[in-house]
Structures are given as C-alpha cells and as structure tokens.
Design a protein around this ligand. Structure first.
Ligand code: MTE
Ligand code: MO
Length: 375
C-alpha cells in the first residue's frame, strides 16, 4: 500500500477520496478563518505523500545548458533573503460540483466550495535562486533568453510549469516555501519544500519540490499538457494540444454560510481573483438576481503580505429588509446569489451552462444557494 505512510488528517475536512487524499475545507471553517489553519487547509494529492528527510533533501536547479546546482534546505535558508507572502491556493476544480448540478455531469473530483484555502507562506524568491544558479535573470527580463518556462518536479512524479514571465515578474512573488503559517510545511502540503505561485491555479504550486528546470518548453507532465485546461461547452473530445494550460485564475466567489436571524438574511463567503487582481465589489441578490445589494468586504492585515492581492477577500451581508418580503411564492425560501468584481472589472458568468466543459474546470458562475427561513 503506497499510502501507508500518509499523515493523519483532521476529521473536519470533507473527504472526497481517501487514497489519494482529496479533502476540502468545510463551509464552517471557510466562514470562520481568513487564514486557514494548516490542519483545515484543503488537500489535493494525485498520489501518495512522499516521506522525505529534511537532512537528506536536496533541490536541483538545471539551466538551459544543462548546468545543475544543488541546494540543501540549509543552503536555501542561509543564502537567500527570506520572504513572507499571504496567498490563496485554489484548485482548478473548485466548485466543479456546482457545474454538475447546474449544467451536466463533469468528470473529476466533485469539489463543492472548499477546494480553496489561504495561508502565510515563508521561503525564498524563485528568481533569487535562479540568479544564484547562474541564470541571467536581468537579460531574461529584457526578453533576451531562449527560456520560456520554468518546470517544477515533485518527489512522487507530479510536475507542472509556469511561463518565464510569471516566474521572473518582480511583482509576482513566486517563491519556494518551507514554512506555512509559522510552521514547517505539513507533509500533506509539501514538506520540506514547495513552489508557491500566487495568483495562479494551485496545480502549479508543486509540492515536495525536487527539481527546477529552466526550459524552452512547458512541462511534459500530464498535469501541464492535459488535465488543467478548459474547452467550449460542445467540445466533448477536445484537442488538448491546442488549448492553453490554465495559469492565472479567473474571478470567483461563494457563499459559505447563510442563515435567517431576526427575519434578516445573513450571508458570509469569499471572493477571489487570480493574477493578484484585488476584489473591489461583491454583489448579492436574495431574489435570484432580480434586485441586488452590496456585501461588506472584510479587512485583514494578514491577507496583504506580498506585492499584489494574492488572497481571497472575505465578505459579509445582512439584509435591510425582513425575509418575509423575499417570499414571492409564499414559501419560506429564497434563492440567494453572489457575484464578485475585481480591479480589472472582470466579473463572473451568470450560468454554468455557458461555461460548461466536460472536465468541469474553472466553474466560476454566480453562486446560487436556496435558503429557507425554517431550515
Ligand atoms: N504537487 C505535487 N507534488 N503533487 C500533487 O498531487 N497537486 C497540485 C498542487 N501541487 C499536487 C502538487 C494541485 S492540483 C493542487 S490543487 C495543489 O497542489 C493543492 O495543494 P494543497 O494540497 O496544499 O492544498
Ligand atoms: Mo488542483
């Protein structure tokens, strides 16, 4: 059993598959934390959790000409300036189950709204390590390089890559992290070292990072060339090679708590956009989109570590009217809807049908939830 050395996990996670472990953060825990405690952070493993001894661990960095440099964890701590960044990780499949429910069957893990979590990460800048390994970062930033991608390989077999612009962007905060919320990375989240690529699909934040390869091409791993791509609603036998891999995430939002209290509708949730694009507005409707109001965006200093807005924005809403008024068909239920807008004025699509794709990736339509005053 390759999974026999997997770590124990919190029973508060909602397990979708046990081997490999795929488990989402509960709606309660999403509502109660702006920084997700490590044991409540969603887990998305494609294989087993490798058992790695920090003392024996080395990271290998390979340049275009094949030059290779090795770093121990001690080297990484001693040689480079430490950085601290708060960043949300979100799986491309977050809210996939919503697409299944509102459009049609999708294939992939049926995540609800909890394949997303936020932590404060500490480690070193990828670009500092690349410079040390001899990669001409300054020249590359001026476009003088044959390097187009930075490939990351995990210790199990997982791999992925990011474009060179993302890797070198001085505002991008791409890092090699050894610390998560002040503690060494838990084994489930990549001990002893993982890539953190803020604002990008979490599939690029490779755990148990073993090797970094500067390359003219994308990683050949299936998680780069296949799984994490999206297609038109009609494309049931898609041409994988033609589609581009998902990198920066589109905007999304979700309701994580809804209740009626003193006849007022009380809602809580998160909104998140990729690329460091800040959430500027969250619109809420309690009558299935006929009329709208704005939710209050919650502030939290811990969420602004880093050079751009890399985290979710949590929001709260309380209706100014009594829920009885919501009740058009004389039932006690209303259809609550949320949609967010980011600083580039991107907003979410209205329906999952319009963005349906057989893989169920990027299910970011308006989040709708039926709320009843007696439930
Ligand atoms: N890295 C390795 N080595 N193996 C994996 O299975 N899964 C990826 C990414 N990095 C994965 C990986 C995917 S698809 C996601 S969504 C995130 O890790 C999940 O990170 P988490 O488990 O820390 O939440
Ligand atoms: Mo993922």
């Amino acid at each position: 059993d390759p999974f026999q050395h997997d770590p124990l996990r919190s029973s508060r996670l909602r397990t979708i598959t046990a081997k490999p472990c795929n488990a989402e953060t509960s709606t309660d825990d999403l509502s109660n934390n702006s920084i997700t405690p490590n044991e409540l952070f969603y887990v998305r493993n494609h294989m087993w959790v490798p058992k790695i001894e920090e003392q024996k661990f080395t990271l290998e960095v390979e340049l275009l000409d094949g030059t290779t440099t090795q770093y121990t964890m001690q080297d990484l701590r001693d040689k480079f300036k430490p950085i601290k960044v708060s960043a949300t990780l979100q799986c491309a499949g977050n809210r996939r189950n919503d697409m299944t429910m509102h459009a049609q069957q999708t294939n992939g893990l049926q995540w609800k709204v909890g394949a997303i979590s936020t932590a404060v990460w500490e480690g070193v800048r990828l670009s500092d390590v690349l410079i040390d390994a001899g990669f001409p970062v300054q020249q590359a930033m001026q476009g003088h390089t044959e390097a187009n991608h930075i490939q990351f390989s995990g210790s199990e077999a997982y791999g992925a890559s990011i474009p060179i612009e993302s890797a070198l962007n001085p505002y991008g905060d791409v890092m090699l992290a050894h610390t998560m919320n002040g503690e060494p990375l838990p084994r489930d989240h990549g001990f002893p070292l993982r890539a953190i690529v803020p604002g990008h699909v979490a599939a690029r934040s490779v755990k148990w990072l073993k090797r970094i390869t500067v390359s003219d091409e994308e990683s050949h791993a299936q998680w780069q060339r296949r799984d994490y791509k999206s297609f038109g609603p009609n494309e049931t036998h898609p041409d994988w090679d033609k589609a581009s891999s998902i990198q920066e995430m589109p905007i999304t939002s979700a309701i994580t708590n809804a209740k009626v209290e003193d006849q007022k509708m009380l809602l809580e949730g998160y909104a998140y956009s990729g690329g460091g694009r800040k959430i500027v507005r969250v619109d809420v409707s309690t009558d299935n989109g006929d009329t709208w109001d704005q939710a209050a965006l919650l502030d939290d200093e811990m969420l602004s570590l880093g050079r751009k807005s890399w985290t979710w924005t949590r929001w709260r809403y309380k209706s100014t009217f009594n829920v009885a008024r919501l009740d058009k068909q004389d039932t006690a239920c209303s259809m609550v809807v949320v949609k967010a807008t980011d600083e580039a004025y991107n907003s979410q699509p209205e329906s999952h049908k319009s963005i349906y794709n057989a893989r169920g990736n990027l299910a970011n339509a308006w989040h709708r939830l039926k709320v009843c005053s007696d439930c």
